[in-house]
Design a protein around this ligand. Structure first.
Ligand SMILES: [Mn+2]
Length: 335
C-alpha cells in the first residue's frame, strides 16, 4: 500500500485568517483538548494560554481529565482546570485535536456557552464542527499549527511558550522519528531551541523520569505479548489486576504499544488497556503498510496511518476478539 498523500484543507489559508481575526477581535477564551490528554494537546494548551494571556486576553483552560504527572513541568499547567462540565460563558472556544466536540468529553457548554469555536486538528477524520476549522494533516503535531498561530499573532514568543510546543511536537513524533516529520517540523524545533529550550532538558523531562511502578507494569505486560501465526501482528493487554499488582496508574502505559511494534517482522502492534469502567482502550501502531487509522475509525476511534486508538466496550476478551479479527483481515489484505 502506498503511503497516503496527506493534504491541508484547501480553505486552510482563509480559515487561518479567520482564526487570527477571531482571536484579535475577542477577549475571553476557553481552551480544551481530548479526553486522556497527551503531550501535544497539553503542550499546545500551555503555549496558547501563555500567548493569549500575553496579548491581554482572559484565558481559561479546562479538560475533562487531570494533567498526567509526566506533564507537570509544563508552564502554567497549575492553571489547567479539570471539570466534567464547564458552564461559564466565553467569547471563543478553542478545541485542540478533537475530531468532534464529544471527543473533549463534551466539557464545554455548546453552543450556548460560546459565540465562536476554533477547531484545530492535524488528524484526517474531523467533522468540521467549528466556526473556524484549521485542519492540517500535514502537520506532525497540533503544536506545529499553534506555532503558526503564534507567529501570526501580535505576541512576543518566549522560552516558556517554546517548552509547551517542543513537548507537543516531540511527543507526537516519537521524538522526531515518525513518518509525519517534515523539514518544517525541524525548522520549528530550531526556532524553539533559538528561544532557549534545551533539548537535553526536554529529553530528561519527557523520557528519563519513568516511575518505578511503570517499569514494573511494563515487565508484567511484556511477559504476555502474543503474536498471530504469521508473526506480523503482536499484542498485549494490561488489566486492572495488573495495575494493582504493580501499584501503577493507567496513564503510565502511554508508550507500551511501541515495544511491540519494535519487534522485527511486526507490521501492526496493538495494546489493550482495561479501564475502571470496564471499557477497553485500544492503541494501534503500524509500520506503515497497514493504515491503522481506518481500523480505529471502524471502532469509533481515530488517529493517523501509523498510530491510532479507539475505546471499545468490555469485557477484554470480547474487545480483543473483535479487534484481532478486523486487524487480521486488513493485514492479510495489505502485507
Ligand atoms: Mn497530536
Amino acid at each position: 500500500m502506498v503511503e497516503q498523500k496527506l493534504k491541508r484543507d484547501p480553505t486552510y489559508e482563509q480559515e487561518f485568517e479567520k482564526a487570527i481575526e477571531l482571536i484579535n477581535t475577542n477577549q475571553d477564551f476557553v481552551i480544551t483538548t481530548h479526553i486522556n490528554p497527551d503531550g501535544d494537546g497539553l503542550g499546545s494548551e500551555s503555549a496558547l494560554l501563555l500567548a493569549l494571556t500575553s496579548m491581554g486576553k482572559k484565558v481559561t483552560v479546562v479538560n475533562v481529565n487531570p494533567t498526567p504527572v509526566l506533564y507537570h513541568f509544563l508552564p502554567e499547567r497549575e492553571q489547567f482546570q479539570v471539570a466534567d462540565k464547564h458552564t461559564e460563558k466565553h467569547d471563543v472556544a478553542i478545541f485542540l485535536e478533537c475530531p468532534d466536540e464529544a471527543r473533549s468529553g463534551s466539557v464545554l457548554n455548546l453552543p450556548d456557552g460560546v459565540k465562536h469555536v476554533i477547531n484545530i486538528d492535524h488528524h484526517v477524520f474531523n467533522s468540521r464542527y467549528g466556526t473556524v476549522n484549521l485542519i492540517d494533516p500535514t502537520a506532525a503535531a497540533a503544536g506545529e499549527q499553534i506555532w503558526d498561530l503564534l507567529c501570526a499573532l501580535d505576541c512576543q514568543r518566549n522560552k516558556r511558550m517554546a517548552i509547551g510546543l517542543y513537548t507537543a511536537i516531540a511527543t507526537d513524533t516519537g521524538h522526531f522519528k515518525y513518518a509525519g516529520v517534515t523539514p518544517r517540523t525541524h525548522q520549528i524545533i530550531a526556532e524553539l531551541i533559538g528561544l532557549g529550550v534545551q533539548p537535553s532538558y526536554m529529553n530528561e523531562q519527557l523520557y528519563e523520569r519513568v516511575p518505578g511502578e511503570g517499569l514494573q507494569l511494563l515487565a508484567i505486560g511484556l511477559c504476555q505479548v502474543k503474536y498471530n501465526a504469521s508473526k506480523n501482528v503482536g499484542w498485549f493487554a494490561i488489566t486492572q489486576d495488573m495495575l494493582k499488582q504493580a501499584k501503577a496508574r493507567a496513564n503510565q502505559t502511554e508508550n507500551f504499544v511501541n515495544y511491540v511494534r519494535a519487534v522485527d517482522g511486526v507490521e501492526v502492534a496493538i495494546f489493550f488497556l482495561e479501564t475502571t469502567e470496564n471499557k477497553i482502550k485500544v492503541s494501534f501502531r503500524s509500520r506503515g503498510a497497514v493504515d491503522v487509522s481506518t481500523i480505529a475509525h471502524q471502532f469509533g476511534g481515530g488517529g493517523h496511518q501509523r498510530a491510532a486508538g479507539a475505546l471499545l466496550p468490555g469485557p477484554l476478551e470480547t474487545a480483543q476478539a473483535r479487534v484481532l479479527a478486523e486487524v487480521g483481515t486488513r493485514v492479510n489484505g495489505c502485507v
